[in-house]
Design a protein around this ligand. Structure first.
Ligand SMILES: *Cc1c(COP(=O)(O)O)cnc(C)c1O
Length: 413
């Protein structure tokens, strides 16, 4: 595994130019580590919370402690952290189905939602069981030059608008992610227009990127995936919901059943993995962001359009790179796969993934299947052939993978 002299020299240049950016990322990680540590101390996390439970699992103290810990760290009244959520989409859908009732309107304030959320909502991509079938109305406010159209909120939020969906990360699009300051401005405008409108943030890929979370910036409820940021690369599966007491309770009735809510649900996976992953998450997120900054630096120097630009402020862990052709997208993912600790011998191919409209290619040589807090890259097979790179349990691995991908793309010419 030797890299060409050209790419090694490029690496040195980019690392030198990124020093102050890296320092900022490390400062955020330090503050977030203290935030998590303080909460763990205040909640008196103990060895006894790491046990597995079975059956109904009433009074599962590990499950209860994890809910309490997440709520405290995210500045929320209540949280629901479960390996029973099969993915981030499941946690997000649980919030929507738990809160919305026939005749209510859902408004997306960040344009077209993430691919799998379109399936849940059921407008462009109809699917049996979608919100549309249950009589939930839907409208969206398109993004304006990559930003939320805050001035347009007063016209789109109507008396029947029960909930607005605010997607923090870019998803498979070239818009900017939202900063916590952006989220504060959006939620404050929504609440000014309609005080009881529920601001729901899709927080996927955003946790621990800044020192505050959406629930500390006006969001009423948020949800995300444990095989992304807050699982720290250790959680084996799962999702979380955090927010106002009553709203999280409603979601819990959808996760299990009305009346049961959050009082059942066995901890089949060792709870230690969720506690330890959360403890590591601020550091892991910092590793991933440093990898993303490095990738932006290298590919910008090679002449590609990157979003964000190498020096731009980050709102999530994603680095998008516009590769311009299907061949380069496939080569990029092949390069990432080759430098993966697991399945390095596999060649990723585009396939029809459940919940997605276009074929998607994914490089994921990860310990946890599909975990995108681990170093991974993916993108839909559609022009302009953007690759979305994210994660990295260690910065050193991200360096190798990015260089591998750069060389694989260069071979295409
Ligand atoms: C990852 C992600 C989701 C959820 O995807 P899952 O694969 O179901 O966890 C939802 N929204 C956004 C913006 C995402 O990045």
């Amino acid at each position: 595994m030797a890299f060409s002299e050209k790419i090694v020299n490029l690496k040195k240049e980019v690392l030198k130019e990124s020093e102050s950016l890296f320092r900022h990322v490390e400062e955020v990680a330090e503050q977030n580590t203290l935030k998590v540590l303080d909460a763990m101390r205040e909640c008196k996390v103990s060895d006894a919370h790491f046990n597995t439970t079975s059956g109904y699992a009433y009074d599962d103290i590990g499950r209860q402690k994890l809910d309490e810990l997440y709520a405290r760290i995210f500045g929320a009244e209540r949280a629901l952290v479960r390996t029973q959520f099969v993915s981030g989409t499941h946690a997000l859908a649980t919030v929507l189905f738990g809160i919305l009732r026939p005749g209510d309107e859902l408004v997306s304030l960040t344009g077209k939602p993430y691919d799998t959320m379109q399936t849940v909502i059921g407008y462009d991509n109809p699917c049996p069981g979608s919100l549309k079938e249950f009589g939930i109305k839907y409208a969206e406010l398109p993004m304006l030059e990559g930003k939320v159209n805050i001035a347009g909120i007063k016209d789109i939020v109507k008396p029947e608008t029960k909930l607005v969906l605010i997607q923090r990360s870019r998803g498979y699009s070239m818009r900017s992610p939202l900063s916590i300051a952006d989220i504060r401005a959006i939620t404050s405008e929504v609440h000014r227009v309609k005080a009881d409108c529920i601001c729901f943030v899709d927080n996927c890929y955003g946790e621990f990127v800044e020192t505050e979370e959406p629930t500390q910036a006006g969001a009423d409820i948020m949800a995300g995936s444990l095989i992304k940021n807050p699982g720290g690369g250790i959680a084996p599966t799962g999702g979380y919901i955090a927010g106002r007491d009553k709203l999280v309770e409603l979601a819990s009735y959808r996760l299990t059943s009305p009346g049961m809510g959050d009082e059942l649900g066995a901890s089949l996976a060792n709870n230690r993995l969720l506690f330890q992953g959360l403890f590591l998450a601020p550091h892991t997120v910092a590793q991933a962001i440093k990898g993303a900054i490095f990738a932006a630096g290298i590919f910008a120097k090679l002449g590609y359009k990157t979003l964000p630009l190498p020096g731009e402020v980050r709102g999530d862990i994603i680095q998008a790179i516009e590769l311009g052709s299907a061949e380069k997208l496939i080569a990029f993912c092949g390069g990432i796969q080759k430098y993966s600790p697991v399945d390095s011998f596999a060649a990723p191919e585009p396939w029809d993934m459940p919940g997605y409209a276009d074929k998607v290619i994914m490089a994921a040589g990860t310990f946890v299947q599909g975990a995108s807090i681990e170093f991974s890259a993916d993108g839909p097979l559609r022009a302009p052939y953007n690759v979305y790179l994210q994660g990295g349990l260690t910065f050193e691995h991200a360096l190798a993978g990015v260089m591998g991908a750069a060389e694989a793309v260069a071979e295409i010419g």
